[in-house]
Ligand binder design. Structure first.
Ligand code: ZN
Length: 188
């Protein structure tokens, strides 16, 4: 089915989003949706990982705007279903809409979420030098020159064992200090 794509009056925000405060219904929905986690990284909410970008009231509906982490991410349909299920449980009508521009960046993962990733055993992505308001054209994943710290013992004596880890967005590393294998969330 082809339908006219709804648009937001304002462009989606760039960068990590803080959980808004206040007593509006919109804030209540942001708070409610903190329970909806990345299906591949169950310690991070979709806001924390930078996928849930905006919530807009279009009575009687709530529009939930998401940006895929990268094209073809197999977790996206699961994320949509989980958002809709959480809204339905709360008795709210909702639709999930996808916004492809601006493109998601691992810079949108909140700093608290990066700490949670590390505690979960995944080395968080390094920040990319990205200026607000500029659009990067990404033809190939950026090569990371920084050393990746082991999330277990924090040693920088680590080596990449595979470009792809448990999911395509992660690489596999091994710590040469403590011998622990771990995932590295690649910067995009
Ligand atoms: Zn280690």
């Amino acid at each position: 089915m082809v339908s006219q794509a709804p648009t937001l009056a304002q462009p989606l925000p760039l960068g990590p989003l803080a959980l808004p405060a206040g007593d509006s219904e919109e804030v209540a929905i942001w708070t409610l949706l903190e329970s909806v986690c990345d299906p591949e990284i169950p310690v991070l909410s979709l806001r924390e990982i930078g996928v849930l970008r905006a919530i807009k009231a279009v009575p009687p509906l709530w529009q939930l705007w998401i940006t895929p982490t990268y094209n073809g991410c197999p977790a996206m349909s699961q994320m949509k279903e989980d958002l809709l299920a959480a809204m339905q449980q709360a008795g709210k009508q909702a639709e999930v809409l996808t916004c492809l521009a601006p493109a998601w960046s691992s810079d949108w993962i909140t700093s608290q979420a990066k700490e949670k990733l590390r505690a979960y055993g995944i080395a968080p992505p390094h920040a990319l030098a990205q200026q607000a308001g500029t659009q990067r054209i990404r033809l190939v994943p950026k090569m990371h020159s920084e050393r990746i710290a082991c999330p277990q013992c924090h040693s920088l004596d680590t080596t990449e064992t595979s470009q792809f880890g448990s999911t395509a967005c992660k690489a596999m590393y091994k710590c040469l200090a403590c011998a622990e294998p771990f995932d590295y969330f690649k910067p995009y």
